[in-house]
Design a protein around this ligand. Structure first.
Ligand code: ZN
Ligand code: ZN
Length: 137
């Protein structure tokens, strides 16, 4: 797996992050929470180890039970509301972040679609990437 050294942040610039390391995964997520929190049909997300991150600034967060049945804590900028990253309780080593929050979002490309079971009729995945009803196992 390639090593990535990238930076990103929220829309207003109050929260910034850097990470340096390998990706665990990158996907288009069609779960209802990504839909609700983005206001769109899906969100492009990537996961990497928590130790690869450096944060500047503070987030607000809320906890909920995700489509997977696991507790998720979603962090967003308290000033501009941009979704930033999520912690999944059963995967404590990983951070799931939005690819679009990167300064150079083209550097990470999703390799699959996940939670296709809740994809919307107006935003069905129709490219060549692998598709999973929920999370790949
Ligand atoms: Zn912000
Ligand atoms: Zn999702």
């Amino acid at each position: 797996m390639a090593n990535y050294k990238l930076s990103g942040g929220c829309a207003c610039g109050n929260f910034r992050y850097e990470f340096n390391g390998e990706l665990a995964m990158a996907a288009h997520c069609h779960c209802r929470d990504c839909q609700k929190s983005s206001g769109t049909g899906s969100a492009a997300v990537f996961a990497t180890n928590r130790n690869n991150y450096k944060f500047t600034g503070k987030t607000s967060s809320y906890k909920f039970t995700g489509d997977s049945g696991n507790v998720v804590e979603r962090h967003f900028c308290p000033n501009c509301g941009s979704p930033l990253f999520s912690d999944v309780e059963i995967l404590p080593d990983l951070i799931f972040a939005r690819i679009a929050s990167l300064d150079e979002p083209s550097h990470i490309k999703p390799s699959m679609h996940i939670y296709c079971d809740s994809s919307q009729v107006w935003d069905r995945p129709n490219d060549h990437l692998a598709k999973f009803g929920k999370m790949p196992t």
